[in-house]
Design a protein around this ligand. Structure first.
Ligand code: TXA
Ligand code: MG
Length: 340
């Protein structure tokens, strides 16, 4: 049985002791919940992979709670582009790919000579890392293939009996995983979009590249720059189809598709379009892309809980955080996208 505790001082110390002892702990960040363990300890890292059922070749992100901790995590100094991004966006939902330091176990980076580093803004995450005194490797705390958890209850559903403790810090404020940026390239390259948008990065560095695989499946033989991108992800049990085009045309098409299976269907739509769907079953994505980011994983989990067989989703604009929403939605739909 997995214990779930509010992150008061005592619970943080208990979690930190577990981390130092090589155990795995579920904890909140501002993006999604993580499954944390000591990034220097190969046995602890193996426990993470086992708990998630994660493929061995998919590296983990290492979390720090001060720039001081970087010296054990990366090799050398932060390169200039990375330093500017750190000044602007750390602590926050940004992961930078950097040369790996010798303290980080090869199990953690899946054998790569690079390491993804993130300095989370969430207070509980910072307290846990600081109290542990070690860099914490943490993937999202879902079973491999499932949507990332944005509440402690999601983590409990996936991890009960597999880990000793979950810190319950409430719902995550961003709701999608961090932006992963390879800062060894010029221009820097976004491998996974998230709360720090390409527009925000371009404002700081002048330019940015977005990896081609963000809005399409990998081509046959194409090598994933971010190994996580090649795996099936976020998929609900029912079939998910995205429809794009002008809102009225999209709603018309979605209604027609829905009406073929009215008892087994559900629609994902923005609030402003709700009137277009009459009294059909709709899971609202909220007012805008930011709220859609916040609700998407909860929505996908809800579809499984409600045993929905057909999910029809509106497409969002791919500007700002809409890019991250469409990346996750696209992958959950195996990029099954119709034009209205
Ligand atoms: O918001 C987040 O990033 C959350 C929270 C817990 O911090 N963590 C998270 O971890 O989403 P995970 O393991 O679910 O996703 C990490 C992604 C994967 O796509 C992985 O392939 C990529 O980052 N990644 C990690 N290290 C990498 C590296 N050295 N080179 C390229 N991609 C890397
Ligand atoms: Mg994940």
């Amino acid at each position: 049985m997995t214990e779930v505790l509010k992150p008061d001082a005592e619970a943080i110390l208990k979690a930190a002791d577990l981390i130092r002892a090589g155990e795995v702990v579920g904890f909140p960040t501002e993006t999604v919940y993580g499954l944390g363990a000591d990034a220097r300890n190969p046995e602890a890292i193996k426990r993470i992979f086992r708990a998630k059922g994660r493929p061995q070749d998919n590296p983990l992100i290492v979390h720090i709670a001060s720039l001081d901790m970087l010296k054990d995590v990366i090799s050398g100094e932060l390169p200039p582009q990375a330093r500017r991004l750190a000044e602007c966006f750390w602590p926050g939902p940004l992961t930078m790919i950097l040369p790996k330091g010798s303290e980080i176990s090869l199990e953690c980076t899946a054998g790569l000579d690079s390491v993804g580093v993130r300095f989370p803004a969430n207070e509980c995450a910072q307290q846990l890392i600081a109290a542990s005194g070690v860099p914490i490797a943490a993937p999202s705390a879902n079973l491999s293939g499932k949507p990332s958890p944005t509440t402690a209850a999601h983590v409990f559903n996936d991890m009960d009996g597999k880990i000793p403790l979950i810190l319950d810090g409430g719902a995550c404020s961003v709701g999608l995983e961090s932006t992963v940026v390879d800062v060894r390239a010029t221009p820097v390259r976004v491998l996974r979009p998230g709360g720090i948008t390409p527009e925000m990065i371009a404002e700081v560095l002048g330019e940015v590249e977005v990896d081609g695989s963000v809005l399409r499946p990998l081509k046959q033989g194409e090598i994933a720059r971010s190994p996580g991108m090649k795996y099936k992800h976020y998929a609900p049990s029912g079939s998910l189809t995205i429809v794009k085009g002008a809102p009225e045309a999209v709603a018309g098409k979605i209604c027609a598709l829905y009406d073929e299976h009215p008892c087994e269907s559900c629609i994902f739509a923005l609030n402003e379009h709700l009137p277009l769907y009459g009294n059909r079953r709709v899971y609202s994505l909220g007012n805008d892309a930011k709220s859609a980011a916040n609700r998407l994983f909860e929505a996908l989990r809800a579809m499984d809980d409600m045993d929905v067989k057909y999910i029809w989703s509106e497409a969002l604009e791919t500007s700002g955080i809409g890019l991250a929403v469409m990346n996750r939605l696209g992958r959950a739909a195996a990029f099954h996208i119709l034009e209205a």
